[in-house]
Design a protein around this ligand. Sequence first.
Ligand code: ADP
Length: 440
Amino acid sequence: MAERRSVATVALRWVVAIAVVVIGLGVAGGLRPAWLLGLAAAFVAFAVMAFRAARRLESSLTAIAGTLTEEGPNAPLPRSGIAEVDLLTDRVAELKVRILGQAEAADRQQRLRDAILDSLGEGVLLVDHGGNVAYVNEWLTGRVGDIGPVVGGIVPLALQRLVREALRGGPSSDVFEFGTPPRTWEAEAKPLGGGDVLTVVRDVTEQERTDAIRRDFAASASHELKTPIAGILAAAETVLTAFDDDPDAAKRFAEQVLDNAHRLASIVGDLLDLSRLEASKPVLRPVLLDQVVEHEAAAQVEAFTEAGVDLTVHTEPVTAQVAEEDMALAVRNLLENALRYTDPGGQVTVRLSATAEHAILEVVDTGIGIPMRERPRIFERFYRVDAARSRSTGGTGLGLAIVKHVAERHGGHVEVESQLGRGSTFQLRIPLDRSDGTGD
Ligand code: ADP
């Protein structure tokens, strides 16, 4: 490496070298001693001046370098009073402004890129051709923790395997489980130009769950519809053959056709209610809930009387911002259930009250009750504890799913307390006012 010398040293060396050469020539040329002495004195004076000038230049440059390295990028650069140095300082200052601007723009772009990549709701991982992690967004590290600097350290292992495969050249994708509780992830790794690999990771747990629910729902709905349709077909065929020979049997089978058609109509009706609840937002209006409850109770009084179940209604005036049709549907379903699962001689009490923020509807029965382990599932579509009792009393298995939907789309909720063999209490809580527009 070349030896580093200060400007002053260089200047002094040059002056001394020139002095030695000139005085040497003077001596050789027979210059008089007085002249030689004068020349030597002049060189000494010149050397001192050159040394001082060089020192000044040196300290100015050192000050600029010091400011640049030690006082941060925004500190003003010192002026030296030396025209050339100050010109250089101006150029350096301009360059600095430009570099700072570019650095800021790059920083802004990086922040923007990070914000975009994080708001995607997906994990993004970039591994370079050497297997080093070049970029990982917060979405992914927030879920799997530190991803490690090299491909060998990437967790989950399924993700590591995927990246390795893509590093070998082919695009690869996988669906795997990871985390506690386990969640389902879908990842796709693609080789980019230059051998780098870009991997995108999605959390598909909810999607998988909804797909499974949809699949179950389609299977259950088809199964539920198939039974009454089979009943109708069989009974209708029998009616045809029995029509002439056995008019009584024909009548019986025609009644069966009618029963099954009613069952079919109930299922289809409930399915339509459910899909309406799922597909649209409720139109909220001030509704007198006590009137809705009384109206629905009055509509079922006859059925209660026929079944020998006592029905009592206690309401206080409650006005809530709700969709009236939805509320009527929820009350109707809760009342039908209370009647369906209460034996003759039992009692059903409906209470409507309000707190400062909620309307509270309670339907209390002294019926068969619901086993503890079944309670979390009864709000699922087509889930029944006693399928035979439900079917024989006109149940579709959709009533509580409807009630739950009504509650949730009004920002409320429904819960149940029950004692096996002693009865159940369903409580529906609905906010009185959702004028903040949060209804969905
Ligand atoms: P269903 O049409 O079968 O009544 P629901 O969705 O309304 O369907 O209710 C689901 C299941 O919850 C019912 O099949 C029944 O087993 C149980 N259930 C609902 N309400 C009551 C209640 N009041 N008492 C006892 N069991 C009930």
